[in-house]
Design a protein around this ligand. Structure first.
Ligand SMILES: CC(C)(COP(=O)(O)OP(=O)(O)OC[C@H]1O[C@@H](n2cnc3c(N)ncnc32)[C@H](O)[C@@H]1OP(=O)(O)O)[C@@H](O)C(=O)NCCC(=O)NCCS
Length: 302
C-alpha cells in the first residue's frame, strides 16, 4: 500500500549517489514491465557499469534535488540536470513506483529543470505517459524518437577513407569541441571531454587535412559521435565497429536520432536491430543537426 506521508525536498549530496541509483533501477524496471519491455539485471548488477557515470553527474550537476518522506527520510524520487554551453539537460527524473502521480515529479522538475535557465532546455525522455505529460507541462516538446540500434560489431569494409587519429591533447580536444558546436550548437566542457577520454577511446576523423568528425567508444557505452556531413557517418561508424571488435565487445549499442537516416540505414544494412525501448528527444525549442549526430550512451543525456 502506497504511503501518503508529506514530502520534503533538498539538494542531493554524495551520500545520495547509491540510493538514487537504486531508486532509478526500481523506477526504470517498473516502467519496463508496464510497457512490456522488461529489463534484465538487479540494481547491484547495474552498479559497476553505472557508478562512474553517477559519480560524474553528482559532481557536475547544475541542479540535483531529492524528494523524501519528511517523517522517515525515505527517498521517494530525484531529478538532476547538467548545463553546458547554454544547454540545460535533464539527465534523470525518477519517482518510486508506489509514489508516482502524486506531484513529486512536478516539484522535483521545478527545482532541477527550471524554466528560463540556459538558452535551450532538453531531455532524453522515456515514453512513460507520466514523463511525457510532465515534460510537456514543463514547456518541452517531443522532437523525434531516439532509437537504440544494437548489433555484433562487424569487420571493417572499404569505404571512402577517413583517417582516424586519437583525441590526445589540447588541440584535438578543441577540434572535437568545434565540431560539436557546429553540429549540436553546444560544446561539452574541456573537463567533460577529459572525463570521457579517461573511460572511452576518442577519435577525430580527417580527410585532406580537414577534421570531419569524431567518436567516443568505451566498454560502458558508445558516443557521442558526429560528422560535419552526414555522408561521412558510415566511415565513422565502420571505424567504431572495428574498434569495438578490437576491444572484444560482443555487442555494440548506439543511440541514434530518428532524423539520422544515413546512420540508421547504414546500421540496418550491417544487421543492426532496433531495440523495442524507444526514447524521445524533447526540448523547449528546435536545435542541433541530429541527422549527423549520435548521442552519448547509455541514453541519459546528449
Ligand atoms: C516521470 C516521473 C518522474 C513523474 O513523476 P510523478 O511524481 O509521477 O509526476 P507528477 O505526479 O508530478 O505528474 C504526473 C502527471 O502525469 C499526468 N498523467 C498521468 N498519466 C497520464 C496520461 N495517461 N495522460 C496525460 N497525463 C497523465 C498526471 O495527471 C500528472 O499531471 P498533473 O499533476 O498535471 O495532474 C515518474 O512518473 C517516473 O518515475 N516514471 C518512471 C520513470 C521515467 O520514465 N522517468 C523519466 C525519465 S526521462
Amino acid at each position: 500500500m502506497a504511503s501518503e506521508q508529506p514530502l520534503g525536498y533538498r539538494r542531493g549530496t554524495l551520500d545520495d549517489v547509491v540510493p538514487c541509483h537504486e531508486l532509478m533501477w526500481l523506477s526504470v524496471t517498473d516502467l519496463g514491465r508496464r510497457q512490456g519491455t522488461p529489463l534484465e539485471g538487479s540494481a547491484t548488477d547495474w552498479w559497476p557499469s553505472s557508478e562512474p557515470l553517477h559519480r560524474q553527474l553528482a559532481q557536475i550537476a547544475a541542479e540535483w534535488w531529492v524528494a523524501e518522506e519528511t517523517d522517515s527520510s525515505r527517498l521517494v524520487g530525484f531529478a538532476r540536470s547538467i548545463e553546458r554551453d547554454g544547454l540545460l539537460e535533464l539527465t534523470e527524473c525518477f519517482v518510486r513506483p508506489d509514489q508516482q502521480s502524486r506531484g513529486a515529479g512536478k516539484a522535483l522538475l521545478e527545482r532541477a529543470f527550471p524554466a528560463g535557465r540556459g538558452t535551450v532546455r532538453s531531455i532524453v525522455a522515456t515514453s512513460d505517459v507520466r514523463a511525457q505529460a510532465r515534460y510537456y507541462a514543463a514547456g518541452t516538446v517531443a522532437r523525434f524518437p531516439l532509437f537504440t540500434l544494437a548489433g555484433v560489431p562487424g569487420a571493417m569494409e572499404h569505404i571512402r577513407p577517413a583517417m582516424a587519429e586519437p583525441i590526445d591533447g589540447e588541440h584535438a580536444i578543441e577540434a572535437q569541441r568545434a565540431i560539436e558546436r557546429t553540429v549540436l550548437g553546444h560544446r561539452r566542457s574541456d573537463d567533460e571531454i577529459r572525463w570521457l577520454l579517461d573511460r572511452r577511446q576518442g577519435h577525430l576523423y580527417r580527410r585532406a587535412d580537414r577534421v570531419i568528425g569524431f567518436s567516443f567508444l568505451g566498454r560502458a557505452g558508445a558516443g557521442p559521435m558526429a560528422a560535419l556531413e552526414p555522408s561521412d557517418l558510415p566511415a565513422v561508424l565502420l571505424h567504431v565497429e572495428a574498434l569495438a571488435r578490437t576491444m572484444g565487445l560482443e555487442c555494440l549499442e548506439l543511440q541514434v536520432p530518428a532524423p539520422n537516416a544515413i546512420a540508421i540505414r547504414h546500421l540496418m544494412g550491417r544487421g543492426y536491430r532496433f531495440d523495442s525501448w524507444i526514447n524521445f528527444l524533447m526540448s523547449d525549442r528546435p536545435f542541433g543537426q541530429f541527422d549527423r549526430f549520435i548521442p552519448f550512451g547509455p541514453p541519459l543525456f546528449l
